[in-house]
Design a protein around this ligand. Structure first.
Ligand SMILES: Nc1ncnc2c1ncn2[C@@H]1O[C@H](COP(=O)(O)OP(=O)(O)OP(=O)(O)O)[C@@H](O)[C@H]1O
Length: 723
């Protein structure tokens, strides 16, 4: 009987097909599995066909429906292992199949694919173009070194004619084999050969350094060596599961960099994965939880945290999906929640009830009350920041602690006398809140961390998503939840998406990730065009490394090597004379997405800086007959209608099409949110950066299309991407 494997491209095709065609694909696969290889070749219905013009002699097509063809890679050994590569309309399938060639990567032993025809054209083009330029991009590396890293003849010829990193980018996958491209990309970004070996080759199980000493890998072995792109269908149940359940590629195919950390056998302490938006950090966190659940003991409890309740609910659903029916019982051992909810629960359990959390407006009034009796030189904003970013951040308990502390992250000098006065005001603030049975969220966390420190750890593992926005008090809660040991804390986050004001030194909180830290670079969500455009918004912004704010050597993070294999239109940025005109253009844009591009209304999002704009947009869309719902009303995945949200509420979400509206000067950056430089220069910089990150977060939620607009004067934050 033939064996069957499915490639990630095939699964992606399948996801995009209409239900009836999906069913016919399923039927064809069932029929395929029920025949012997000779029957398969003889079957008229299947019509297994070799293509005359195909560059790879092992490529075949099969008939799925009158219009659709499947593209297969047939075995050239005795394995009888066929791989389904694509399913597409007839002409597209044939055209695609004729240009591809499959090969085994010399270093990783994995199967890889290239657009051989396009690469040949590139060779001719760049050979001519580079003739006059003697300096070449990879001249530091010998042919032998490159071959040892898996570079083959054709890619080597191409590498030798690259002059700049941009030349290489033109040949990015799916044109060039992905693994070889990644090696060249790392070398172009100045990673050492040793780094490339450690990060890209060794994790795939290769131990032999020199290409010529490695044994030959057969096609069937290569297929099984490629779990990040190919899955073998091992039984009828498996096939059903892959084809009939909600098709989500992330459950099956992980990038090697994702798999390496998600399924690491055991970290000797806290570990961390960072990466730009859409690089699959949440996916890694989910797989890590699955690994820890499967590898752990019955009594081991896991805490999985994220930033908002809505995100926690989505994370719980995704985890259930990943675990499937077979592992559904393991879910009982996981708490999926926000740190704030956990803190409130801890306090409730200990004291019978928890203080009511304070809204931002109520907090401002409380500071006004605390300062009412004195003439003070500080604004409510300054006091609130001092309390949150110094006192609660450092967990200070007494006036002496405050007198002695180093006020990291604050740009103003505050002498001894002033500190004593400040402490009195802060005391009045906390006493007043306590009398009203209320507290800020950060206070709740500060209190919960103390309770937990006394009562002892509650979990065996803690897995943290959206780590970049946690406050030190929240980190103390997490640290106290689990005792320091192997695999205690696994965190994922992106400092480029930090939109709340928290300075954190993980090291000082006894969360040391040095040597157990990895970065993801491949974006699975957005097109390369959206990515480049959005990344340019942060050009020159001083983004620090995750959790290293106060460390002496805390350096800059960067989006170096961040890329996508998807392509689409360049984002549109347009200004209008009035808001009315802007909203009219928005309606037109949404109609084009829905009516012309076939996007469902629920796959479209509109976002703006403020809630008032959200309300205006919803009213206007409804008036024009376009269904619209506010994300803050938690519409759930089944609800129809365009999603409308503030930029903050876009965190963690994704949509096929996103319109970011009202990106005008005075709105972004929003002056009220940015501490004036004369009040505190350091805080000013960090508030400004958070505004830049906010726009970046909003734009990077888009998968296929992104439209930015404003009325009046354009926001200066768009200057880096302006025409
Ligand atoms: N290995 C994979 N194969 C296919 N799709 C993937 C893979 N990993 C992630 N994705 C998809 O990419 C998208 C982004 O993934 P995810 O939300 O985990 O990224 P993220 O890094 O947490 O994003 P952000 O930081 O922007 O919130 C999702 O649609 C996810 O399903």
């Amino acid at each position: 009987m033939p064996r069957l494997a499915l490639s990630d491209d095939f699964v992606a095709d399948l996801i995009s097909l209409q239900r009836p065609v999906q069913k016919e694909v399923n039927d064809a696969i069932q029929m395929f599995g029920s025949m012997t290889v000779p029957q398969l070749h003889a079957s008229k219905g299947m019509h297994l066909e070799k293509l005359e013009r195909a560059r790879d002699p092992r490529i075949r097509t099969i008939r799925i429906t009158k219009f659709y063809r499947g593209v297969l890679l047939a075995p050239d050994d005795s394995s009888e292992l066929f791989t389904l590569l694509r399913v597409a309309p007839h002409d597209e399938a044939i055209n695609w199949a004729c240009k591809r060639a499959y090969s085994v990567n010399g270093a990783t032993g994995a199967l890889e694919v290239r657009n051989v025809e396009a690469l040949e054209q590139m060779e001719t083009y760049f050979e001519t173009k580079s003739v006059a330029t003697p300096a070449r991009l990879f001249e530091r590396h010998s042919d032998t070194v490159l071959r040892d890293l898996g570079i083959d003849d054709q890619v080597l010829r191409l590498a030798r004619v690259c002059v700049t990193a941009d030349d290489l980018t033109v040949m990015a996958p799916p044109m060039m084999p992905a693994d070889q491209y990644e090696v060249l990309e790392y070398l172009a970004a100045d990673y050492s050969v040793e780094d490339v070996w450690e990060q890209l080759i060794a994790p795939r199980g290769q131990t032999v350094r020199t290409a010529e000493d490695r044994p030959t890998v057969t096609l069937a072995e290569a297929i099984l060596n490629t779990p990040n792109r190919i899955v073998e269908v091992t039984g009828p149940g498996e096939l059903e599961r892959i084809l009939t359940e909600d098709l989500t590629r992330w459950r099956i195919f992980l990038h090697p960099a994702q798999r390496r950390y998600a399924y690491h056998p055991g970290f000797n302490g806290p570990s961390q994965v960072t990466g730009g938006p859409g690089t699959g950090k949440t996916v890694v966190a989910l797989h890590r939880v699955r690994h820890l659940l499967r590898a752990g003991h019955d009594g081991d409890r896991i805490l999985l945290t994220t930033f908002t309740n809505a995100m926690a609910a989505a994370l719980r659903d995704s985890l259930a999906l990943l675990l499937g029916e077979a592992d559904a019982h393991l879910l009982e051992r996981v708490d999926v929640t926000t740190v704030d909810s956990l803190a409130a629960r801890v306090i409730r359990e200990t004291r019978g009830r928890a203080p009511r959390p304070l809204s931002a407006a109520a907090e401002k009034s409380a500071w006004t009350r605390a300062t009412a009796r004195e003439e003070l030189p500080w604004t409510e904003q300054f006091l609130s920041q001092e309390f949150r970013n110094v006192v609660l951040a450092q967990g200070l308990r007494t006036p002496e602690d405050y007198l002695r502390c180093v006020r990291r992250g604050r740009g103003t000098q505050v002498g001894r006398v002033q500190r004593a006065r400040l402490w009195r005001v802060m005391e009045r603030f906390t006493t007043d809140l306590a009398s009203r049975d209320s507290a800020t969220y950060t206070q709740l966390c500060d209190q919960a961390a103390r309770v937990l420190a006394d009562s002892g750890p509650r979990y065996r593992h803690v897995v943290v998503d959206e780590a970049q926005d946690l406050h030190p008090a929240q980190w103390r809660v997490l640290r106290a939840c689990v005792s320091p040991q192997s695999d205690d804390i696994f965190l994922v986050g992106d400092p480029h998406q930090r939109i709340y004001d928290s300075r954190v030194s993980l090291r000082s909180l006894d969360i040391q990730v040095r040597g157990r830290s990895s970065r993801l670079r491949l974006n699975y969500r957005s097109t390369e065009e959206i990515l480049r455009w959005s990344a340019a918004l942060l050009d020159g912004q001083p983004v620090g490394r995750l959790g290293e704010d106060d460390d002496d050597d805390g350096g800059r993070d960067s989006l170096r090597g961040y890329r996508s294999e998807l392509h689409g239109r360049i984002p549109a940025a347009r200004g209008y004379a009035s808001q009315d005109e802007e909203l009219r253009a928005l309606i037109e844009q949404i109609r084009t997405w829905i009516d012309h591009d076939g996007v469902k209304p629920s796959e479209v999002a509109v976002c703006g800086r403020f809630n008032t704009l959200v309300d205006t947009v919803i009213t206007r869309l409804r008036r024009e007959g376009i269904p619209a719902v506010a994300v803050k009303d938690d519409p759930g995945p089944g609800a129809s209608g365009v999603r409308v949200a503030t930029m903050h509420a876009m965190k963690g979400l994704e949509f096929r099409c996103v319109a970011v509206v009202g990106v005008a000067s005075g709105v972004l950056p929003f002056a009220h949110q940015v501490t004036p430089a004369e009040v505190d220069a350091v805080q000013h910089q960090s508030d400004l950066l958070a505004e830049h990150c906010l726009l970046f977060v909003a734009c990077t939620r888009a998968r296929d299309a992104l439209a930015i607009s404003w009325s009046g004067q354009r926001s200066p934050m768009l200057d880096p991407v302006a025409d």
